[in-house]
Design a protein around this ligand. Structure first.
Ligand code: NDP
Length: 249
């Protein structure tokens, strides 16, 4: 029997990068996975890949997490289709770096909408289901930037500090409901995340980290998530910080 047999996991931002790798890792351990994002074509490929492997079970649901209705519908549909929601991986995220003096307020809004409000919308719906079940596990993807701010990452770090603050509140609010909360704080991972940066100074600025020889791969984070989820119910891994070995800050 695989470690996650019978569990249902919902993963936001599963159309690429860490979310996609997490869906594959949890499915490989026996979980049924609901993969959500806006790019349906990417989700369909992933579902096909997972369902093609021995016993894999995946379902895709299109969802823009910044739309509260869609965020709630995601959880409702996951529960309707698969009967429960044991794990929610709040992974959808955007990183658009720039100095605050540049005033790229549309990018600030996008980041707070996706990284903070989107997470809250999906979480609130999932918590209702988990409370009824008497168990659940919330995995919130923060960042090294959720622990350390600095030049160019003020607004992004603001969203990730918020993720950590929200996670700690949830952890204590949900103790008696047997709902575990884990914050995952990756350093540089090779994904599409930096591709959305528009500011030239920031594109240059991240090279000292994203340009390192051997940055993390999405499966490195997925493996850590799979570890947290597979622990016995008495074990709540509250926080995991993972940097590439060569990353300083
Ligand atoms: P990717 O850009 O590969 O993945 C981001 C995912 O978020 C995509 O699947 C995207 O899907 C989804 N997404 C973006 N906006 C929305 C939205 N409005 N509604 C639903 N989904 C959305 O980057 P990563 O895999 O790297 O990022 C995953 C998480 O990891 C993020 O929270 C990021 O902040 C965090 N992280 C990443 C690090 C890195 O170095 N890569 C380091 C630290 C943290 P779609 O566009 O199809 O909707």
């Amino acid at each position: 029997m695989a470690k996650l047999d019978g569990k249902v996991a919902v993963i936001t931002g599963a159309s690429s990068g860490i979310g996609e790798a997490t869906a594959e890792a949890l499915a490989a351990e026996g979980a049924s996975v609901v993969v959500a994002a806006r790019r349906e074509d990417r989700l369909s490929d992933l579902v096909e890949r997972i369902n093609g492997k021995n016993g894999g079970k995946a379902l895709s649901l299109e969802c823009d997490v910044t739309d509260e209705e869609q965020a709630h519908a995601l959880i409702r549909r996951a529960k309707d289709e698969l009967g429960r929601v044991d794990v929610l991986v709040n992974n959808a995220g955007v990183m658009q770096l720039s100095k605050i003096e540049k005033g790229l307020s549309d990018e600030w809004r996008t980041m707070f909408d996706v990284n903070v409000l989107g997470l809250l919308y999906v979480t609130e719906a999932a918590v209702q289901v988990m409370k009824e079940q008497g168990s659940g596990h919330l995995i919130n993807i923060s960042s090294v930037a959720g622990r350390k701010s600095g030049p160019l990452r003020g607004a992004y770090a603001g969203t990730k500090f918020a993720v950590n603050a929200i996670s700690e509140a949830l952890r204590v609010e949900l103790l008696e409901d047997n709902i575990r909360v884990t914050v995952v704080e990756p350093g540089a991972v090779e994904t599409e995340l930096p591709d959305h940066i528009t500011d030239e100074e920031a594109k240059e600025g991240i090279k000292s980290i994203y340009g390192l020889d051997d940055i993390l791969q999405p499966e490195d984070i997925a493996n850590a998530i799979a570890y947290c989820v597979a622990q016995p119910e008495r074990v709540s891994v509250n926080e995991i910080l993972i940097r590439p070995t060569q990353q300083g800050n």
